[in-house]
Design a protein around this ligand. Structure first.
Ligand code: UDP
Length: 331
């Protein structure tokens, strides 16, 4: 049996492939390389199909050729700001494309999917830490597309018995401890890599998007989680579905501690030893003030325990990658 990973050339996808391979899984990757890197595939050394998940006939051939029983689905657009500017791109590439993937799975009898979801499904949360049963009300199209896909998965379980585990990531950061893979978005918009690019002298400063939020220092608070801890949760989710458990379930993945944008900059100054310049800027559309996870359900149900929970460790891990690969994958 094999696991097919869509978006396996991307950031969280490639780290999850590495984790699965390290635990003896047969993994095959499908990626259209619209945002992923062939350099990541090269580092992972797994079978790779350069294609789009809308190519359902090819997908069905691959399911059969590799005896795929589980799909781990990362392939998506994932930028909050961009989704506000161009929502239709997100409904097409996330919702419609996932519909094609699910059709192919149902036709081929592939019964398990682990889906890359997000804290953005909650919108402005009524309370923190956020539990999975709390209200979902996305404040941006990105979060709405992920929530819509979760609902497609609910109905697909009822109609076709397609089992799904939806992992709602909070803020992923860090890099693989030994393999040459890490975070490399073009353009980079995520806070920790942007801050580290300032430390490397590749940017003048980091813009702090809003300092008048209702938080301790006025900047947005997020729950940062190491990418390898996200990766291990996918492995555990696959194990759960293969053991016959699971129906259509969602789990938060975070550390349960919030850090403000200013705190992230401060920790990064300490880790890198560089005086990272930060300037105040306007709020970014679609940003909730505070997102912090309760991950107690993932801990109790999946048996998940984050290994790199502390922010300094997470930033240091990202810094190692950025120092060793200042041009990322260099493509
Ligand atoms: N952020 C910022 N400056 C940047 C990039 C991000 O102030 O250059 C803020 C952003 O507004 C948010 C937090 O940092 O409050 C985390 O943003 P990121 O894009 O890393 O992840 P998201 O929370 O959107 O998934």
């Amino acid at each position: 049996m094999s696991v097919l990973v869509t978006g396996g050339a991307g950031y969280i996808g490639s780290h999850t492939v590495a984790e699965l391979v390290a635990h003896g899984e047969e993994v095959v990757v499908v990626d259209n390389l619209s945002t992923g890197h062939s350099g990541a595939i090269y580092a992972l050394g797994v079978p790779f199909y350069h294609m789009d998940i809308r190519e359902t006939e090819r997908l069905r051939e691959i399911f059969s050729r590799h005896a795929v029983d589980t799909v781990v689905h990362f392939a998506a657009n994932s930028l909050v700001g961009e989704s506000v500017q161009d929502p239709l791109k997100y409904y097409e590439n996330n919702v419609a494309a996932t519909g094609r993937l699910l059709e192919a799975m149902v036709e081929s009898g592939v019964q398990n999917i682990v889906f890359s979801s997000t804290a953005a499904v909650y919108g402005e949360p009524a309370r923190v830490p956020i539990a999975e049963t709390d209200a979902t009300s996305p404040t941006n199209p990105y979060g709405d597309t992920k929530l819509t896909i979760e609902r497609m998965l609910d109905w697909s379980y009822q109609a076709y018995g397609l089992k799904s585990i939806r992992l709602r990531y909070f803020n992923a950061a860090g890099a693989h401890p030994t393999l040459p893979i890490g975070e490399d978005h073009r353009p980079e918009t995520h806070l920790i890599p942007v801050v580290l690019q300032v430390a490397l002298g590749q940017r003048e400063h980091v813009a702090i998007f809003g300092d008048d939020y209702d938080t301790e220092d006025g900047t947005c608070v997020r729950d940062y989680i190491h990418v390898m801890d996200l990766a291990s949760a996918h492995r555990l989710a696959i194990e759960r579905m293969r053991s016959g458990e699971g129906t259509a379930e969602s789990f938060n993945l975070g550390n349960g501690t919030g850090f403000s944008v200013r705190q992230v900059v401060e920790v990064s100054r300490k880790v890198t030893g560089h005086s990272i310049q930060a300037v105040n800027a306007a709020r970014r559309a679609g940003d909730p003030a505070r997102l912090v996870a309760s991950s107690s359900l993932a801990r109790s149900t999946l048996g998940w325990t984050p290994q790199f929970a502390d922010l300094e460790t997470i930033v240091a891990s990202a810094w190692n990658w950025h120092q060793a690969h200042p041009q990322g994958f260099g493509e």
